[in-house]
Design a protein around this ligand. Structure first.
Ligand SMILES: [Zn+2]
Length: 247
């Protein structure tokens, strides 16, 4: 089982680690800073630098079938390392940080749109959430203004843990209807934005195992680019960071 360093510190850009398994599905480490694709957030990319100076390019990171298994996918043609070899695992931090900003922004979007979430996808430049809006009408300008207000207020965003039982007793915490939170390990990770922000409680609180920024101000200004009609009750809201992605 790989120690998931990004859970305690999403800002960790690199770590020393040891290769514990090498197979056709990917490379496993004893610990990693690489987030595996999940919850709409893409898997991390970066480099594994070996002690002899060799560098392997990690093109994707995925969860394996085993409990807590994380697979680092090497670029085709890279010479694979050996089990027991020491490496430094280095994130493509610019890409990951944009994912953290976008991911945290989608939590604010959940707060700005009072409807159930049916799906979502995070990208470096733009991201989307799909809502089951029912009779609700969404206004692009209103949502954009609300998002930028929540961003500018620089609310803290912090992980919190609750027990499976406490989560089961508060089903309203689960905003995403298509994804069941990862229960069964005794406790569930939540993300809380704006603890104590108002008499109604936090701005957003829901189970989430992704990586987020520490405060909403880090997201920077955003634009709601489009609201797409995805059927009678369903709307897709596409939001973009205003500073352009590199490359
Ligand atoms: Zn999240």
């Amino acid at each position: 089982m790989t120690e998931q360093l990004f859970r305690a510190d999403a800002y960790l850009r690199s770590t020393d680690a040891m290769i514990t398994a090498v197979g056709p599905a990917g490379i496993e480490l004893d610990r990693t800073v690489f987030y595996p694709m999940g919850g709409g957030q893409p898997g991390d990319t970066g480099t594994l630098r070996c002690a002899d100076g060799r560098a392997l390019t990690v093109v994707d990171t995925r969860k394996g079938p085993g409990d807590g298994q994380i697979l680092h996918i090497a670029a085709a043609g890279d010479a694979l390392p050996a089990v027991g070899e020491k490496v430094t695992a280095i994130l493509d931090w610019e890409r990951r940080y944009r994912h953290m900003r976008m991911h945290t922004c989608l939590h604010l979007l959940c707060a700005a749109v009072p409807a159930g979430v049916t799906g979502g996808q995070i990208g470096e430049a733009r991201s989307r959430l799909d809502f089951d809006v029912g009779e609700l009408t969404l206004d692009k300008a209103v949502i954009e203004a609300k998002l930028n207000e929540l961003i500018a207020a620089n609310h803290p965003a912090a992980p919190r843990w609750i027990t499976d039982e406490d989560l089961a007793a508060q089903p309203q915490l689960v905003r995403t209807m298509s994804v069941k939170p990862p229960t069964g390990h005794g406790r569930v990770q939540l993300l809380e934005i704006g603890a104590g922000a108002g008499p109604q409680g936090p701005i957003d609180l829901q189970p989430c195992g992704g990586t987020h920024v520490r405060a909403t101000g880090e997201i920077g200004a955003v634009t709601v680019e489009k609201i797409e009609n995805k059927g009678k009750r369903n709307r897709r809201v596409i939001v973009a960071l205003r500073d352009p992605a590199p490359g």
